[in-house]
Design a protein around this ligand. Structure first.
Ligand SMILES: Cc1cc2nc3c(=O)[nH]c(=O)nc-3n(C[C@H](O)[C@H](O)[C@H](O)COP(=O)(O)O)c2cc1C
Length: 215
């Protein structure tokens, strides 16, 4: 199973956005990470197909990759913490287990990337960085998004979980009574970041907070 050890003084977190629906959730997680004083460095990986989904879901015209962090942050703080290497840069430090970091989150995780991770393809930096997490027993959180799931998806989810990944499906909770899409996404992002030992102050905790009826 993935180690609970923290490797760096300020956290180094890998965030991968792949070509599944729910790109905005990846952006919400990025904003929380970038604003978090515990986080020193964010490696933002974006697949080619995630760029396409951004066109469809966010209405973005394709632009330079270097513009992505600022666009995703949408004016929020922490741009200087973010490095956004090419997904084709298989020689990046993240491709080696010798480079320490504190975990990787794939949000959203497409069925294509899930399959590649489950079968160790390592054909681009997202797949290779995930493979490194599994072999080094580091936290790897996959937030798959597809519905319904076919047998191949289910088998790949099982294979990834057996190899040590945490499967954190893109399924928001509703018991916190968050009402707006923004509030629902922030609660989801807060829950998933807790998996990287970055608990968020605003996260709803059952039994400790009254349900937020007026969110
Ligand atoms: C607008 C849009 C939405 C998509 N939504 C999903 C999705 O929710 N889940 C999924 O597995 N694939 C989805 N796809 C298909 C993937 O983008 C496609 O399989 C791609 O090859 C995944 O590549 P990647 O894993 O390298 O990003 C979507 C594609 C588009 C254009």
């Amino acid at each position: 199973m993935a180690s609970a050890q923290t490797f760096t003084a300020g956290r180094r977190i890998v965030l991968a956005l792949t070509g599944a629906s729910g790109i905005e959730l990846g952006a919400v997680a990025l904003r929380l990470l970038a604003a978090d004083a515990r986080v020193e460095r964010i490696y933002l990986l974006v697949t080619e197909h995630a760029l396409r989904v951004m066109q469809d879901e966010l209405g973005w015209r394709p632009g330079a990759r270097s513009e992505l962090p600022a666009r995703l942050l949408d004016g929020g703080p922490g741009r200087e913490k973010i490095e956004a290497p090419s997904n084709q840069d298989i020689g990046h430090a993240l491709a080696s287990g010798s480079f320490p970091h504190d975990g990787m989150l794939v949000l959203p995780c497409s069925m294509g990337t899930l399959g590649a991770i489950a079968h160790g393809l390592s054909d681009n930096l997202v797949e290779r960085a995930a493979d490194v997490c599994l072999k080094e027993r580091r936290r790897l959180i996959l937030a798959p998004r597809e519905t319904p799931l076919n047998l191949i998806h289910l088998r790949n989810l099982l294979a990834a979980a057996e190899a040590g990944a945490v499967i954190f499906p893109l399924m928001p909770a509703f018991y916190d009574r968050a009402k707006t899409p923004e509030a629902i996404m922030r609660q989801f992002a807060a829950r998933v970041l807790a998996q990287l030992e970055l608990p968020q102050k605003e996260a709803f905790v059952w039994g400790e907070q009254a349900a937020r009826a007026d969110n």
